[in-house]
Design a protein around this ligand. Structure first.
Ligand code: FE
Ligand code: CA
Length: 509
């Protein structure tokens, strides 16, 4: 009864109130849509619509301790003259009053618009898109990928630019939030210390989600995402963090962090975490053009090899342990699943989205080898198995996309990195960070000089990568922010690479 009369009230208010009044309402502290809206997990028949009610975003949200109904609408055009689905989602206190509505029965490969209404206010309008049906012929698919958006290191101009790119999809590769402060020059500050419980993680997410450029990028296209370490704790591996020696304590932190991650991403209700476990590895398919595999190399990873594990060391001397076949980045179950996916891939392009630089990288200038153990080089046998699975199952045009290292890299992924004549199994493109500060010029120089399979490296620029997939070629535009310390910075092309159909290895476009 109460719910019905409330809905009627809301509907009446919306019909009578001019838009300016609603807009004005949004600017006040009672506006529940301070964290924006988002959509994601696009399938041919459904997509997830997300928001979180948070009138006081940095103080726990400011919501009452009871369920609150949120109306959502999905339309075929931006003015909502033809609404095709609507519903009411009960936003629950236990889920931070987040909304994960999932309208189904939609048309494949179609653009839709959506909005929410709650607590007498109306949200902005978002644009989203379902995936093209399996096998449908597509001429083109465009997506952007991004990673590493340290809030204190700069403004999110890259996202303001990305929001105008008219994309089919945005892929986030992790470090969406940073739990810790670090770096040289801070243009804005984190709220509070390193989060360890759910309320502290929610407040950190709210700080990031409040950024207007990031909100615009979410409003512009559906997203899929994977995490890296900073959504939980720097350089964590599976059930261990360099910050605590007590695994039980760390798993409590991980459970809170995973819950906050799920709450703030456009993920389905069915994907909600169970305790400290949250499966994020997945596969998406977009017509006959793209098979997109998302990997999780944090949750199931082996502990650091070769006595590494103290954060901040630039590299560790080579050692036998990093090649131990018992070590893994993905865990046995995900490795098996990955090989299966490579056998079932049907798209023209097989994009493997994962956290960190996959190409081997000798980081020691001159004689001898040095590796960074918090990545694939610290788990070399796991990388060998992944590349072997690609080589054996032969999916069409494998391209690995990566984040984490705060620099652009373009690399050939070799069957045997020690032998430059060995076959290139896949192309790798590493996007730089949205804002997080990058490596030194010396580190980039060494990377290029010591590793013949590296085709390009640039560490001094922040930005993202826009990928255009067509039948005959894929194009990667490396886009760079002029000045991350400037809130209205321009973004412009830095370099472009092409991968030809049937020929692994990116070349300058
Ligand atoms: Fe990062
Ligand atoms: Ca060397």
């Amino acid at each position: 009864m109460l719910r019905l009369s409330r809905r009627r009230l809301l509907a009446g208010a919306a019909a009578l109130a001019p838009l300016a009044v609603l807009r004005h309402g949004r600017a006040q502290s009672t506006d529940p849509f301070t964290l924006g809206i988002a959509s994601g997990a696009p399938r041919p028949d459904r997509v997830v619509l997300w928001t979180r009610l948070a009138p006081q975003p940095l103080e726990g949200g400011g919501m009452p301790d009871r369920p609150v109904p949120v109306e959502w609408e999905l339309a075929e055009e931006a003015h909502f003259a033809r609404i095709v689905r609507r519903g009411t989602f009960q936003a629950l206190p236990a889920q931070g009053h987040t909304v994960h509505a999932e309208p189904a029965g939609l048309e494949p490969g179609r653009t839709y618009w959506y909005r929410f209404r709650a607590m007498g206010a109306e949200s902005p309008v978002g644009r989203t898109r379902t995936a093209a049906a399996d096998g449908t012929a597509l001429d083109r698919f465009r997506f952007a990928f991004a990673s590493c958006q340290m809030y204190e290191h700069g403004y999110f101009s890259a996202y303001r630019h990305m929001a105008k790119d008219d994309l089919d999809l945005v892929v986030h590769l992790g470090d969406y939030i940073y739990e810790m402060s670090w770096g040289r020059r801070h243009v804005r500050r984190h709220n509070g210390a390193i989060p360890t419980d759910l309320w502290e993680f929610r407040d950190r997410w709210a700080l990031y989600k409040g950024d207007p450029d990031l909100r615009a990028a979410h409003e512009s296209a559906p997203w899929v995402a994977i995490w890296d370490d900073h959504e939980v704790a720097n350089d964590y591996t599976g059930d261990r963090s360099p910050r605590t020696d007590d695994p039980a304590q760390f798993l409590r932190i991980r459970a809170a962090a995973y819950q906050a991650y799920w709450e703030h991403m456009p993920l389905p209700m069915a994907a909600a975490p169970e305790g400290a476990a949250l499966r994020i590895y997945d596969r998406y398919r977009f017509g006959d053009m793209l098979d997109l595999t998302l990997l999780d190399d944090r949750q199931y990873r082996s502990h650091p090899a070769c006595g590494a594990g103290r954060a901040g060391a630039p590299h560790t001397a080579d050692c036998e342990e990093r090649r131990d076949p018992g070590r893994t980045m993905l865990g046995a179950e995900q490795e098996r699943w990955f090989a299966e996916q490579m056998g079932q891939a049907r798209g023209r392009w097989t994009v493997i989205a994962q956290q960190t630089l996959m190409a081997e990288l000798d980081r020691k200038a001159g004689d001898g080898k040095g590796y960074w153990m918090d990545g694939w080089d610290g788990n070399a046998a796991s990388r060998d198995r992944l590349l072997a699975a690609i080589a054996e199952r032969r999916p069409s045009n494998p391209v690995v996309i990566s984040g984490d290292v705060h620099a652009f890299w373009v690399a050939d992924l070799k069957r045997d990195f020690a032998d430059p004549s060995s076959p290139t199994i896949a192309s790798e493109i590493v996007g730089t960070s949205i804002t997080s500060q990058g490596p030194s010029e010396a580190a980039i120089r060494t990377g290029l000089a010591e590793n013949p399979h590296i085709r390009y490296a640039r560490g001094d620029k922040r930005g993202y990568v826009r990928m255009t997939l067509e039948k005959q070629a894929a194009r990667a535009d490396l886009l760079a922010v002029d000045d991350p310390f400037e809130p209205n910075s321009e973004v412009r092309p830095l370099a472009a690479f092409a991968i030809e159909n049937g020929r692994p290895g990116a070349v300058p476009a």
